[in-house]
Ligand binder design. Structure first.
Ligand code: ARG
Ligand code: ZN
Ligand code: CA
Length: 272
């Protein structure tokens, strides 16, 4: 495979209250989680991933670092702090200075991360798939309560999102990964009929087919939502499922194939 790549990151902290103005330490704690999770260096790998799934796990060979040069070539910490008048609702101009946010740095060159408060506490964060490359809103927008592992991370009501895995999951989407159950949005109720339906797949043979998201801390093996019951059951501990942060700990080899393809196509310009 190709060598390990490093993605330059710019973090836009959009704060209304001082609590929302997350510390440098909290930002660095999120970078550390990403650099562990995308390199299969996460300390919880062997305890969270069952033995039967460990050989499917991949080092995605993606590293993240705060940008050291801004778009004009000047030295930067890669962290921008901006006091904003309002909290954000979904996709509500966090990327627009004119609308009280902060404009992206060239999204073909940087992974932009906006950290802020959302009016909707059901929202943890979101990121756009590779087709968004170059758009003004491309990148990760994330709630300050689920960002990193220290400071405000995991504060109520986000207590189960305290290990920085929301960013891991979202940046998985950014690099082309779909949810394990193969659909961008959850069906309104579990529907076994969608199993085997064309298009209802994450494109990964090494993630057993499921038809619904797992939440919380499921017990292994688990066939509650598998399309076909097997001894090992669902790979609910994959970062691209919906379990608690402490219950997710792996990407797979087939997911790596997707991220590598994206890194050599839609998102190749990040590496220049
Ligand atoms: N709900 C979010 C999404 O669909 C992410 C959930 C991440 N899960 C977690 N344990 N952090 O993209
Ligand atoms: Zn998702
Ligand atoms: Ca699959």
């Amino acid at each position: 495979g190709q060598a390990v790549v490093t993605i330059p990151v710019v973090v836009h902290v959009l704060y209304k209250t001082s609590a929302e103005n997350v510390s440098d330490a909290q930002i660095l704690s999120q970078l550390a989680v990403l650099n562990n999770d995308f390199r299969k260096l996460n300390a919880d790998f062997s305890t969270v991933v069952p033995a039967a799934f460990q050989s499917s796990a991949a080092d995605l060979e993606i590293n993240f670092c705060l940008a050291t040069k801004d778009p004009n070539g000047n030295a930067t910490t890669g962290i921008i702090r901006k006091s904003v008048p309002n909290n954000f609702v979904f996709d509500d101009y966090y990327y627009s200075a004119a609308n009280g946010g902060d404009a992206a740095w060239n999204t073909t060159k940087y992974l932009n991360i906006w950290v802020g408060a959302f009016t909707d506490t059901d929202l943890l964060g979101w990121a756009y798939p590779p087709a968004a490359a170059g758009y003004a809103n491309d990148g990760l927008c994330i709630a300050y309560q689920v960002f990193g592992t220290t400071g405000t991370a995991g504060t109520y009501p986000y207590t189960t999102y305290n290990k920085g895995r929301t960013a891991t999951h979202e940046i998985g989407h950014y690099f082309g990964l779909d949810h394990i159950w193969g659909e961008g949005n959850l069906p309104s109720s579990p529907d076994p009929l969608v199993c085997g339906t064309t298009g209802w797949s994450d494109g990964c043979a090494d993630t057993p087919a499921t038809y619904f998201a797992y939440f919380g801390t499921p017990t292994y093996p688990n066939n509650q939502y598998t399309c076909t019951s097997t001894a090992n059951g669902a790979m609910f501990m994959n970062y691209m499922d919906y379990v608690d942060d402490k219950a997710m700990a792996m990407f797979t080899n087939n997911q790596k194939t997707i991220t590598q393809n994206v890194l050599s196509s839609q998102r190749a310009s990040l590496l220049n």
